[in-house]
Design a protein around this ligand. Structure first.
Ligand SMILES: C[S@@+](CC[C@H](N)C(=O)[O-])C[C@H]1O[C@@H](n2cnc3c(N)ncnc32)[C@H](O)[C@@H]1O
Length: 296
């Protein structure tokens, strides 16, 4: 294996240059949580436990939508080359630019590599008085090849069957006492176990943003737009396996890297921001995770 991605690495620089640090075709997962085109600058909290605002963490203002999309497309194309044949890319945005970004992704990956989307419900409520407030964000999922990794049996991607379904359908038990039902589909019998639950759908409302954004929670770093660990844990479990390389080109506070390390995946994180680097390093150090870091 090349030393370019052999060990955990932080790159302080532009995601556009990631190709210099990662062997092409080696990453099983890239999670991209770029600026959303919110048209404001995001300030950090002065300290993890405080509500007071500190320095600007990153700027999210753009001359035009076209400029933003061109910026994004260049970086998507760079990251696509890093993906392994079974690798996936998740692009996390909201309604401000996700619809236009879908067209960009279709161009970069080909429309047939689109694997679906997750509607993430941060659970912060919504403030709009003039229309439906934004109560969700969208994660577009694209694959590099035809046979991407997907661990649909992982417990993080399951939920309990509805109580009525359990009562009505899971009335038999096998020799180990596990309740199950058999279903005949197109002449073939499939067995479902009650304790395995059913596959999660595409709406995820059980990973509240609050876990990462309130001074009351240990997980909170004070970095703005920090995503909850539970969300990244699920994404890493869904599309990687032990030892996989996980790439986060816009690492912010390092949530993806913390989740990846906890699951024994290797990682490369990148960010242009100084505060991102210091926040991520402090987080990884606190979790006893070993890594190298470089300024590109
Ligand atoms: C939405 S935040 C990421 C938050 C992160 N997912 C977390 O959980 O903390 C977007 C990040 O993109 C970074 N960024 C903006 N332009 C960049 C670029 N050209 N290359 C790398 N990072 C960039 C910003 O500094 C910011 O930290």
């Amino acid at each position: 294996m090349s030393s370019r991605a052999a060990s955990n690495l932080l790159v302080h620089g532009d995601a556009n240059d990631l190709g210099a640090h990662i062997e092409p075709g080696t990453a099983d997962l890239a999670y991209l949580d770029p600026p959303f085109k919110v048209e404001k600058s995001f300030r950090a909290r002065v300290a993890a436990g405080s509500r007071a605002l500190g320095p600007v963490a990153y700027d999210d203002t753009w001359p035009s939508l076209a400029t933003y999309l061109a910026w994004l497309e260049t970086r998507l194309a760079v990251v696509r080359e890093l993906l392994s044949p079974r690798g996936s890319l998740w692009l996390h945005l909201d309604s401000r630019a996700v619809h236009e970004a879908k067209i960009v992704c279709d161009r970069v990956f080909g429309p047939r590599r689109f694997r679906g989307e997750i509607i993430w419900v941060p659970g912060n409520g919504s403030k709009s008085k003039s229309g439906p407030g934004m109560g969700h964000q969208t994660l577009l999922l694209y694959a590099r090849g035809k046979d991407p990794l997907w661990n649909g049996k992982d417990a993080a991607l399951r939920e309990p069957f509805a109580a009525t379904s359990q009562a009505m359908h899971f009335q038999r038990s096998d020799e180990d006492g596990r309740r199950y039902r058999d279903r005949l589909v197109n002449g073939k019998t499939y067995r479902y176990y009650a304790d395995e639950g059913r596959a999660l759908g595409s709406v995820w409302a059980d990973c509240p943003a609050m876990a990462a954004n309130t001074p009351l929670r240990a997980e909170t770093t004070g970095y703005p737009t920090q995503k909850p660990l539970k969300l990244l844990d699920r994404i890493v479990r869904a599309t990687t396996e032990d030892g996989s390389l996980v790439v986060d080109p816009f690492m912010g506070s390092g949530t993806t890297l913390v989740a990846a390390a906890a699951l024994k995946r290797r990682f490369v994180g990148c960010d242009v921001g100084e505060l991102s680097l210091t926040t991520t390093r402090a987080r990884l150090d606190a979790a006893n995770v070993k890594y190298r870091w470089i300024t590109a």
